[in-house]
Design a protein around this ligand. Sequence first.
Ligand code: CAP
Ligand code: MG
Length: 405
Amino acid sequence: MADLIATYYYRPRADTTPEHAAQALADEETTGTWTDISTTTEYVRRLDGIVDSVEPQGNGYLTRIRYPAEIFEPGNIPQYLSVFAGNLFGLGRLDSVRLLDVEFPDVLVAPFPGPKFGMEGVRRLVGTTKRPHVGTIIKPKVGLTPKDTAAVAYEAAIGGVDLIKDDETLTSQAFCPLPERVNEVMSRLDEAKSETGRHVLYAVNVSTRADRILERAQTALDNGANMLMIDVLTAGFDAVRALAEDPSVKVPLHIHRTMHGAMTRNPEHGIAMRPFARLVRMVGGDQLHTGTASGKMGHVPIAEIRGDNEALLCRCYGLKSVFPVSSGGLHPGKVAAELAALGTDIVLQAGGGIHGHPGGTAAGARAMRQAADAFMEGVSAEEYAKDHYELAQALQKWGSSAEHS
Ligand code: CAP
Ligand code: MG
């Protein structure tokens, strides 16, 4: 049985050598504790964590820790996390520690069916092959009634988006109960479909308490939902899994990562996006936010985002690929920079960058699609804007730059 290997960046406390600090981490998460103990019988030693390597990196060190696969209960994500992303973050012998990546042995991935649709399945539903998908988040993120939410969705669909989604904080509050919202939005999307012939996805945020998530998903499906959304870090990996593995859920799952910044943002401490991306693929997310090259959120090096997207797209473990989502502070003037940096197998989302368009939501959606079309045709946004009015208006308002918002 192959082992699980986790890679960490860390800084040891001043009175601790790098080797001792890495060993303390391996011990804490496997058979050891802070002192010798009399209860460690010899046969337990096969479960010892092994420090494979320690090398200098930046202000600290990089270590690869080998965890025997037998330590893990196959298929139990909370238990996996408690080992390679558990107590170690609080150990006093380390001033800081960041989990960078995890290599899973086959035996620990085998219990997971992975995405039901994956990128190819989502593309098939929408009818695309190569071009990036364009999506929008209904804004304002909270406050609209179901009818007004549906009116915004209709405008976005008419303008040409492939995907409309709830924002991460909208679930089923009194001002916009989920059943009415889904019902209204889906009937307006039907209207748009009869006018344009295009199938637009609506990702309904079903995040809620663990024991009610299936029921809520069912309510969304009963009201016509053709995609579901889960806030994976606040609802939990098993919330996604419960939906992915339920045979009655026959729609793709859009995965938002709200709260990730608490763990991913500090380059010296926490958890990088990579392990989360791998877990989301295992539990069955069909598309996942991984960040932008030029948007409004914290600036992650582009190479890191590319690596995260590669973890979603690579041929591995026999799992379908996950559609990466680039979102946060995007507008038509940033489309070329995103596609050049991250490739065209991507969902580009814009909330403010569509609903803030001077011509309104439909014009904003058109401008985003025009910017994507321009890139696919190898033409600059400025050139394309000469005979695409909505794009011209967007560039006039926001400009076109690869600088972060
Ligand atoms: C984007 C967004 C998303 C962020 C999350 C927001 O809206 O809806 O939640 O993209 O970041 O509320 O900010 P705008 P990430 O287009 O109006 O910015 O995808 O990096 O997790
Ligand atoms: Mg949002």
